[in-house]
Design a protein around this ligand. Sequence first.
Ligand code: AP5
Length: 249
Amino acid sequence: MCNQQVKEKNVNSIGENRSLVVIALGAPGSGKGTQCTKLAELLQIPHISSGDMLRAHLRANSSFGGKAQKAIAHGRLVDDNLVLSLVFQRISAMDCAAGFILDGFPRTVEQAQALDAYRFYKSKGSRFGREIVLQLVVRSASLVQRLSGRRVCPSCASVFNVNADASGREASCVFDGSQLVSRTDDCEEAIARRLQIYEQQTLPILSYYAGRVEIAQVDGDQPADAVTAQVLRAIICYSGEKAKPGGLL
Ligand code: AP5
């Protein structure tokens, strides 16, 4: 069997027995969105990004969006009631029955506890499938460079980076031709606050999950395809019966 066939066989068998929930954790700019998008295609389970859902509400000028706008622009966390209701409603959908990938949620220990309580309640107290926490580890200098170079399409929300564009010019969306823009929270002040919140409020989640949930640390400071390969390796490894001990993959 060639490598590609082995990879496909492994990927296809991941969700065969029990549902798989992947929780992607990483600092702003660590590549959670980039990796979760690819992973969702490969594993054929939904990618649920709390940030994307909130930004969709902003674009739609909904009342949810109105309530979240200030917090997002300043790099602060959006109110739990809002975020929990959005995420819980989404993971209750039929297409999440075989599993899903959470990106940007949970973001605090309180959110992780709320997620556990919700899933326990929904599963009527039985085991609710496999959970894997994927932590993307990236140096601070790379994070700031990636965030300041990120551009998004205001129409289709595709994500690009001017650092990857050899011309260094801000381009238009390759999918629909719209002029790319920066995210409002990719300014210096908001980036600093988001990084601080990650250190102070999100990283403690690792201790909350330690010993109960598989945690895989992946070196996110390499080209996106190489990160994807390691992420997949981690998932295949933890989805098999023989889970390997943690460590930077
Ligand atoms: P959210 O959208 O979740 O933002 P974030 O966590 O700050 O993460 P980012 O989206 O900035 O980065 P990413 O890790 O997804 O990186 P990406 O793949 O885009 O949340 C935004 C806000 O919403 C929060 O600040 C908060 O206000 C609110 N919010 C969201 N969830 C919440 C919650 N649970 N509770 C309360 N509030 C919440 O990559 C970044 C750039 O780098 C891109 O340009 C990409 O092309 C590039 N790149 C990616 N990978 C690589 C690579 N390997 N090499 C080089 N470049 C790369």
